[in-house]
Design a protein around this ligand. Structure first.
Ligand code: GN1
Ligand code: MG
Length: 377
């Protein structure tokens, strides 16, 4: 039994090294281990015995989620090229640096490698001298997280949306998640634990309002732009020396969308100091001071491209993306954990309750949050 385990582990390691070898720039891979805590893809940090480039990020894409991984790579290359050119032509304010990751090519010149089992691998350059955090450390960090999102969207603001493929249809379109939720419920006889009953009730009380952003888009009040799609706190890289934000990583969901999805996602993640994976879900709350700091950082750049209508929907965006993520986790729990990686059977239920609690906290502070937004217009 032990031998069999060891064999399987060796095999996995062999596979990893084989994948890393496809992309390694120079030198030999001397270490490779799991990295970060993504809910979808498998991410590894590879270390080389080279002085030029010591590390790179190796990822196995989840092709159940990203059905057309080649398009994800195409978007990533379009985006990184665009930003590199923008940074060359319009320098940043003094004392600021901004990094864009590089998509690394495999030995055959492609931007990915498909292994003999059909797994889709890609490699991305590693940003040195920076780190990310799962939760916000202090007000300064909050401002930097907001700044990073403003910078990111600003760098993309002149890229026509037609240049980006829709790599994840329905992503952040809340009514689509509701449709799927209804389908899952229709197929399933749910055991009514108190937590499940709370979730069902929670969703049913908010389902009409959940169309708010898509209705505004349909009426032409909000328009599509290139967005990040997943700007949560731990995707913002902070320079270890200066404490300044220098990049946003995880570019799989860069595609056309509403900037509101990004703002909502950044705030639901940044203003929840307990994080999105804790046991005491009842303690979760939305911190308005952090909200103010993140928005200050964000608007220092975004004020140049946001419209009056955009401001009108900021509060709804904050409330909606927390609700939507709760709905997505809850649906996945009901469906048997088919989308998000789960460490145990109830993991996605626990995650859902955290986001629902956060939504409640946002709702209970609506006036305060609206005043914060109003004061920054
Ligand atoms: C997923 O895998 P990760 O952690 O980068 C998800 C996001 C969620 C996030 C919640 C493609 O992102 O939408 O906000 O989990 N990504 C996708 O932690 O669904
Ligand atoms: Mg992601």
């Amino acid at each position: 039994m032990l031998n069999k385990d060891l064999n399987t582990r060796d095999k996995t390691l062999d596979n990893l090294v084989a994948a890393a070898d496809q992309f390694k720039p120079q030198g030999t891979v001397i270490d490779i281990h799991e990295y970060g805590n993504g809910n979808i893809n498998d991410t590894f940090l590879a270390t080389l015995d080279s002085k030029v480039e010591k590390h790179f990020i190796l990822q196995r894409l989840n092709t159940q989620v990203f059905r057309q991984p080649e398009l994800v790579m195409l978007n990533m290359r379009t985006f990184t090229e665009h930003v590199r050119q923008r940074l060359q032509s319009a320098p940043l304010s003094p004392g600021r640096r901004w990094e864009v990751v590089r998509v690394m090519l495999a030995q055959d010149g492609q931007d990915h490698w498909i292994d003999p089992n059909g797994s889709f691998w890609r490699a991305i350059s590693f940003i040195d001298g920076a780190q990310s955090f799962d939760t916000i450390k202090d007000i300064e960090h909050a401002r930097e997280v907001g700044y990073a999102l403003g910078m990111f969207q600003n760098l993309l603001s002149d890229l026509p949306t037609e240049r980006l493929a829709d790599t994840l249809e329905g992503f952040h379109i809340t009514p689509r998640y509701l449709l799927h939720y209804d389908e899952v419920l229709a197929k399933k006889r749910t055991s009514k634990s108190p937590e499940v009953a709370y979730g069902l009730q929670f969703v049913s009380e908010r389902r009409d309002w959940a169309h708010v952003l898509e209705n505004a888009r349909a009426k032409g009040r909000l328009r599509l732009r290139p967005i990040h799609g997943d700007p949560k706190v731990n995707n913002v890289m902070i320079d270890t020396g200066t404490g300044q934000a220098i990049s946003i990583v995880d570019l799989d969901t860069v595609k056309p969308g509403l900037v509101h999805y990004d703002i909502g996602d950044c705030l639901r993640s940044g203003c929840n100091l307990l994080g999105e994976d804790i046991e005491q879900w009842e303690m979760v709350r939305f911190d308005p001071e952090l909200c103010q700091a993140i928005l200050q950082g964000y608007l220092s750049l975004a004020k140049d491209f946001l419209t009056e209508n955009d401001y009108d929907y900021l509060y709804d965006a904050i409330r909606l993306i927390a609700f939507e993520l709760g709905l997505r986790f809850f649906t996945d729990y009901l469906e048997g954990n088919v989308y998000f990686k789960a460490n145990h059977q109830e993991h996605n239920l626990a995650r859902a309750l955290i986001q629902f609690k956060l939504t409640e906290s946002i709702e209970s502070q609506e006036t305060t949050i609206r005043v914060i937004i109003q004061d920054m217009r």
